[in-house]
Design a protein around this ligand. Structure first.
Ligand code: IVH
Length: 676
């Protein structure tokens, strides 16, 4: 028995950690790592275990909390009436239990409920005082939220003034969301620009609301819909239906359909009707909400620590479909990392046609024993990038061979090697592998390196594809006639690119060093090296002993530098770059007051840093002249990533944004680590 309880205790501890982690990803950062369904399963398991083992339930359990969406940069506001979360279920039987409980509690039969769509958006509470809109606040931790009044102005469809009669004080609750059409418009544009795509409309809406960059936020259309009554003059409304009538009179946007039904069976049929109708809605709906219609009964039913007893959400199952796995395609990243993508027989799922799904890495394929030719169950739970849930083994043809992850790079046939400490594999052929070359040239030309205007991804792809360019040196040998052969290139654009290339020859030395793409040498280290050696050839000739004398350069980075220049191709490239006329001996101007590499630059913080609290990191960056914003965009200069960094890190990597650890951040802003 002792062992049993140990096991349960460990499981509870693990589940609490997981649920807290995913709460933070979802509510605070609007960047969930798992589907809602997976999250609900974890949370339900934890709730069940805590109920069965009350002796193990603790006051710190995330089960008792409402997820917290508050971020720095917004002022806090205390809700007049807390914004609670909702209990949810995937089973009709539990809806019957819910209704029975209420009937017993209230001593009434056939209670009247309102059934309405559950909108997959971001909860917000708007306050009207004396009939005027005064503020909009997020749910926050349920008690205190972020004041987003300024960004709420981006939403045009809400009344600023309520026609009389109206209560003196009124809180109208609702969801901010983005229509599927707007979501697709933004992602379509990002696809063209080669930017990372947003996972789903809910995250994009929440991320936009929390953007401190008003200009960028303003370019995305947000909408909101009201659904609930927060604080109101006591006794003003007897029923929700009465409140809804007023919302209509005041021109609040409301949900398309709602049903008022007595007894639970008619509510369940209303949910069925909703399931049919919701496919035509402009936003994504992940379920139905049932609420007691009479406010007096709501008050009598009361609430638990986190949710009202008078309301419940019924959630629709994530849509799943079975299709055939036609192939596994392996993509090669800038560092040579290989990522597998499932190529599926196209199938309709959640309104779109799906033909690809992520497979993460080699271990994931092995764990699920995914084989090419298998039938696989694909799930899409609000996300645009579907996931493979499992293999339908009954349907497997017996002769399918287990998937053998390539041992050679699919692009250049070089034997792949494991990346230390990671599940991924890497192609080591850094100088001859086409996708790596394309990405490296792109990096060399990017804003954080040589800053060559007009040398974007599409142009680089063509230059590499036509074998006009294989190394940065080749860029400087390009002639006008070469450029005129490229798509969309005319006289003027060719001249402009040649001019930009010419100008780039005079960039500071650190930009050139950074642009070489030496492993583990980021922007901060490049600046240190430029300032120490003042000359690229001197750096190329440096030994490990010499390099580790530089404060801020450790043995691993030193070794990486020596290995890089020890490669004859790289040594040759250095000579050729100098021969092409690049000034390889600029010093970094000494910073005065604010720090040049930081001044006016935009930083994004993500994950947990080893020593610095977020707030401290932010203050230090701001002191050095930088500014900190909430989400990664093309304009981001640096991403400061700590442990557990997730999708922001991936977004930054895709955009080729300089990524700093805590130490590199401190080096950049010339400070010592907090411990030293
Ligand atoms: S009523 C006291 N109605 O879902 C909670 N909530 O998962 C009463 N939500 O916090 C909420 N659509 O932000 C209600 N039609 C709807 C809703 C809705 C979405 C949100 C709400 C709530 C969350 C719980």
């Amino acid at each position: 028995m002792v062992e049993m309880s140990d096991e349960v205790e460990n499981r509870i501890r693990l589940l609490r950690e997981k649920v807290s982690h995913h709460d933070e990803r979802y509510y605070r950062y609007a960047e969930p790592e798992i589907s809602d369904r997976q999250y609900d399963r974890l949370k339900r398991e934890l709730e069940d275990l805590e109920r069965e083992h009350p002796e193990l339930a603790g006051p710190d359990s995330p089960v008792l909390e409402v997820g917290d969406d508050r971020l720095e940069g917004f002022s806090s506001y205390t809700h007049r009436l807390p914004m609670q979360s909702l209990d949810n279920t995937y089973r009709f039987g539990e809806l019957r239990d819910f209704a029975n409980r209420l009937e017993r509690l209230l001593g009434e039969n056939e209670l009247e409920f309102v059934v309405e769509p559950k909108i997959d958006g971001m909860a917000v509470s708007t306050t009207y005082e004396g009939g005027r809109f005064v503020r909009a606040v997020t749910r926050g931790n349920g008690t205190q939220g972020d004041d987003i009044t300024a960004n709420f102005a981006l939403i045009r469809n809400y009344p600023k003034i309520l026609a009389a009669p109206h209560p003196e004080i009124l809180e109208v609750r609702g969801e901010i969301f983005m229509t599927l059409a707007e979501f697709e418009r933004i992602n379509g544009w990002r696809l063209k620009e080669g930017l990372p795509l947003f996972a789903n409309p809910r995250n994009l809406a929440a991320g936009t609301v929390k953007m401190l960059d008003r200009k960028e936020a303003g370019s995305r259309r947000l909408t909101w819909v009201s659904h609930g009554l927060g604080y109101c003059d006591p006794g003003y409304y007897g029923t929700l239906t009465k409140f809804f009538q007023d919302l209509k009179r005041w021109n609040f946007p409301q949900v398309e359909n709602h049903w008022v039904r007595r007894g639970i069976a008619p509510c369940i049929s209303a949910i069925g009707e909703l399931d049919e109708l919701r496919r035509g809605y402009a936003y994504s709906t992940d379920g139905a909400v049932l609420k007691l219609n009479r406010i007096g009964w709501q008050i009598r039913a009361g609430s638990t620590a986190k949710a009202p007893r008078w309301a419940i959400a019924y959630k629709f199952e994530a849509e799943q479909v079975v299709t055939r796995l036609l192939d596994i395609s392996i993509q090669v990243g800038r560092t040579g990392a290989l990522s597998p993508v499932a190529i599926l027989e196209p199938v309709k799922l959640g309104g779109t046609t799906v033909s690809r799904a992520t497979l993460h890495n080699r271990d994931e394929i092995a764990r699920k024993d995914v084989r090419v030719g298998d039938f696989v169950k694909v799930e899409k739970a609000g996300e645009i990038i579907p996931a493979i849930v499992e293999v339908v083994t009954d349907k497997r043809a017996s002769e399918l061979a287990p998937y053998a992850f390539p041992t050679k790079c699919p692009a250049c046939q070089t034997a792949v090697i494991p990346i230390e400490g990671e599940a991924a594999l890497r192609c080591p052929n850094t100088t001859g592998c086409p996708p790596q070359i394309r990405r490296r040239i792109g990096f060399f030309a990017s804003r954080q390196c040589m800053d060559i205007e007009g040398l974007g991804e599409a142009v680089v792809d063509q230059l590499v594809g036509r074998e006009l360019v294989a190394s940065p040196v080749d860029l400087y040998g390009l002639e006008k006639k070469d450029l005129l052969e490229l798509d969309k290139f005319a006289d003027k654009s060719a001249d402009n690119l040649l001019k930009a290339l010419e100008e780039s020859k005079d960039r500071e030395l650190w930009r050139l060093i950074h642009g070489l793409g030496i492993q583990r040498v980021g922007m901060a280290a490049s600046k240190l090296l430029a300032n120490t050696f003042l000359d690229l050839e001197k750096l190329a000739g440096a030994t490990v002993d010499h390099l580790i004398e530089i404060e801020g350069i450790g043995p691993i980075v030193a070794q990486s530098i020596v290995t890089f220049f020890g490669d004859p191709t790289h040594a040759k490239m250095v000579h050729e770059l100098i021969a092409a006329g690049l000034s390889a001996s600029h010093a970094l101007p000494k910073p005065s007051g604010s720090i040049q590499a930081v001044d006016g630059k935009t930083f994004v913080l993500t994950g947990v840093l080893p020593n610095l609290k977020r707030k401290e990191a932010r203050e230090r960056i701001e002191k050095a002249g930088g500014k900190v914003v909430g989400s990664v965009s093309k304009k981001t200069a640096y991403l400061v990533a700590g442990e557990k960094a997730g999708s922001k890190l991936r977004a930054a990597e895709k955009l080729g944004i300089e990524i700093l650890g805590e130490r590199e951040l401190l080096e950049l802003i010339n400070e010592k680590t907090p411990e030293s």
